[in-house]
Design a protein around this ligand. Structure first.
Ligand code: FAD
Ligand code: EPU
Length: 338
């Protein structure tokens, strides 16, 4: 297995940014991956990037290094003596296709996370979450290859240090491991997660029972109505994280902005919708050339066609500055800026 040179990444990032990788490879086995890591090209490269589906990255320019996309597939039900079904999934599997396959095999539990773009291997990196559920709640362990030593390591729930849109793979382990497979833990006794307002309201309004299939369909419909389809309009989902703060800080903001929505977290902190802050600053639907803010979801920056990473970043900085001067909060990007 060898690296290919000067590869176009435009179809490999959901912003659809025209950029190229100096070197690129998509290994399908552990052995191929180990060969690549031992190659002279990899050892001499200035930098490297593990790329999944490219749905959470913003390329600012061509990548002068090695890009590796693990094409590792497979889905296996492991012996599951406890209360959960253990399912080992290859890092290269498409997340949403896997959710659908498991639903079809009567293994529900991931319906709230339906339609999230990208690969299974990337899902733990930012502890993907939506509609009241995060992957950490359906996680058993993951197996990863340590780049420097070429050794396989297992990370359990604790070792992953999951938080809101974060994990050890965005912290001290960033750039050190290639996630090869993720083992999910799906409850044998399924219980609906329906507290997210969009899910709860849809179930009530449509008079539906809280079944896995109904929640799946509600989540898919909600996402289709709000989020742009990257195949039609380049984007990477939420550009920023929602700010999290103490109750005291949130109360102070609510005194000045009584209509500010806020969401109480289990640990006593409060999450504020960044989309609301951005919309209040008048950015919803704005365009700066080919870069813009989506007109149905103010947290999503879009490429109308031909935008550069720098143009999107410049719009993001304009938003950060305005939100900071108005609300005193610095929005933090959610995605990886390369
Ligand atoms: P990439 O974008 O390719 O990579 C993301 C990060 O993971 C990078 O740091 C990369 O180096 C690292 N990485 C990727 N694969 C591996 C691996 N095998 N080993 C080690 N590191 C790796 N996210 C949510 O949490 N919730 C949502 O609801 C949501 N909705 C979205 C909607 C849209 C329309 C889009 C475009 C994005 C959305 N996202 C959402 C963001 C994105 O889907 C997730 O972050 C997803 O997990 C990224 O997967 P990916 O394979 O595309 O990763
Ligand atoms: N809102 C606005 N204006 C908008 C959109 C939303 O004011 O244009 C306000 C509304 O008050 C709304 C609230 O923001 O009730 C929350 O909006 P939404 O339910 O769309 O969720 P979000 O906070 O904007 C988060 C995640 C999404 C995830 C959804 C659903 C983050 C950074 N984003 O968005 O994840 O799909 O909740 O759970 O936490 C992603 O990470 O890429 C992503 C899309």
């Amino acid at each position: 297995m060898e690296f290919s040179s000067d590869v176009n990444l435009q179809t490999l990032n959901t912003f659809g940014l025209a950029c190229r990788a100096r070197w690129f490879a998509a290994p399908t086995t552990l052995e191929q991956l180990q060969d690549l890591l031992k190659s002279a090209i990899f050892k001499q490269a200035a930098r490297f990037l593990i790329l999944g589906g490219g749905s959470n990255v913003l390329f600012l320019k061509d990548f002068d290094g090695c890009v590796i996309t693990p094409h590792l597939y497979g889905l296996r039900l492991l012996e599951s003596p406890g209360d959960e079904w253990l399912v080992e999934v290859g890092a290269g599997e498409n997340w949403h296709s896997m959710v659908c396959t498991l639903m079809e095999q009567n293994l529900p539990g991931l319906e709230n996370l339906a339609l999230i773009p990208g690969t299974v291997g990337a899902a733990p990196v930012q502890n993907i979450g939506a509609y009241g559920l995060e992957i950490q709640e359906r996680f058993a362990w993951l197996d990863a290859l340590e780049i420097q030593t070429g050794k396989m390591c297992r990370f359990d729930l604790e070792a992953c240090e999951f938080g809101y849109r974060s994990s050890v793979f965005k912290g001290v382990a960033a750039g050190r491991f290639i996630i090869m497979s993720v083992t999910l833990a799906l409850p044998k006794t399924w219980k609906a997660v329906s507290h997210y307002a969009d899910v709860d309201n849809a179930l009530r309004q449509q008079g539906l029972s809280a079944s896995p299939q109904n929640i799946f369909e509600i989540v898919v419909a909600a996402r289709r109505s709000k989020l742009p389809d990257p195949r039609l309009m380049g984007n990477a989902g939420s550009f920023f994280k929602n700010p999290v703060m103490t109750q005291l800080q949130a109360d102070a903001l609510k005194t000045d902005y009584p209509s500010l929505p806020s969401y109480q977290q289990a640990d006593g902190t409060v999450k504020l919708p960044a989309a609301w802050l951005i919309e209040q600053c008048g950015f919803k639907g704005v365009r700066r050339g080919a870069a813009g803010v989506h007109d149905r979801q103010a947290l999503v920056l879009v490429n109308y066609g031909g935008a550069t990473g720098e143009q999107l970043l410049s719009l993001a900085k304009e938003i950060q500055t305005e939100v900071h001067s108005r609300f005193g909060l610095m929005l933090e990007p959610e995605l990886l800026i390369v």
